[in-house]
Design a protein around this ligand. Structure first.
Ligand code: GLU
Length: 270
């Protein structure tokens, strides 16, 4: 099996050193195994994405020597494919259309809060037949999560992590305006690119459980996961300007050598 890793930044700002570290780990893992390291620009949020950010990602990675295999992929080009997969999941009964109005959702949220429940959507459209569909009215598409049991991920960094399936909601895969959500797009793109190992920040560990079930629903091979701890300040707080430069560009401008930054990022948290 050829190891294929990926780095899928959202181009909403300049390349952050935390993201550069994630890219570095993916690059190293792929190269160590004679595999491939792919770059995918997750530019589906058109309002927040910018060409300046895309340039900063390209420049920062090249400066650090973290070059990618093949052409960089722009996720916005794959939206049709993502919605096709959602359609297939609907046809297979693994997903369903939900016609809840904002008022209904607000009521469910308030009720759940009063009962101290974390998940508010009560799955009221999950088992309704197509004859009950409110044809022509706006709807989202939700995935059917298992209602019982538990899900375990054997993470290469976190170890064995198990959660109860009742903690998983029937999350939205296609919005009311017909656009796919991050959760669907990321799984489809990773699958289509043949990604074998997902190495990313541990802020995505929760998503891994949801994505695990999307892979299963689509009947696709589930990749290996490695969720690495994020870089924090000395007191465990989020990295901010107070701790020094946070973008790769600033180190570049200040005259740091790429080898030095790469070495530092690698050894951080060794
Ligand atoms: N675009 C997502 C991010 O930048 C990718 C997350 C992932 O690696 O799945 O956070």
């Amino acid at each position: 099996m050829t190891v294929i890793t990926r780095f899928p930044p959202s181009p909403t700002g300049s390349l952050h050193i935390g993201s550069a570290r994630t890219a570095l780990f993916n690059w190293l893992y792929a190269h160590h195994h004679g595999g491939k390291f792919l770059l995918r620009i997750e530019d589906t949020d058109l309002k927040r994405s910018s060409q300046t950010a895309v340039d900063s990602i390209f420049n920062g990675l090249v400066w650090l020597g973290l070059t990618w295999d093949g052409e960089a992929i722009f996720q916005s080009k794959n939206l049709e494919r993502h919605t096709q997969v959602a359609k297939r999941l609907l046809e297979a009964g693994m997903a369903y259309k939900c016609y809840c109005t904002q008022d209904e959702l607000d009521m469910m949220r308030t009720a759940a809060r009063q009962q101290g429940k974390r998940i508010f959507y009560d799955r009221r459209w999950r088992d309704r037949g197509p004859d009950e569909a409110l044809i022509g009215l706006p709807h989202v598409v939700r995935i059917k999560m298992p209602l019982e049991g538990e899900t375990t991920i054997q993470d290469h960094v976190q170890g064995k992590v198990t959660i109860l399936n009742e903690q998983l909601d029937d999350f939205i895969i296609v919005r009311a305006d017909g656009t796919p959500t991050y959760m669907l797009s990321v799984v489809v793109d990773d699958h289509d690119a043949g990604v074998t190992h997902i190495i990313r920040g541990d802020d995505h560990l929760n998503n891994a459980f949801r994505q695990h079930h999307l892979y299963k629903a689509a009947n696709w091979r589930i990749p290996e996961y490695a969720h690495i701890p994020l870089i924090h300040g000395a007191k465990g707080e989020k990295l901010s300007k107070r701790h020094g430069a946070t973008s790769v560009q600033e180190y570049q401008d200040d005259g740091f050598l790429p080898d030095a930054l790469r070495n530092y990022l690698l050894r951080l948290g060794w």
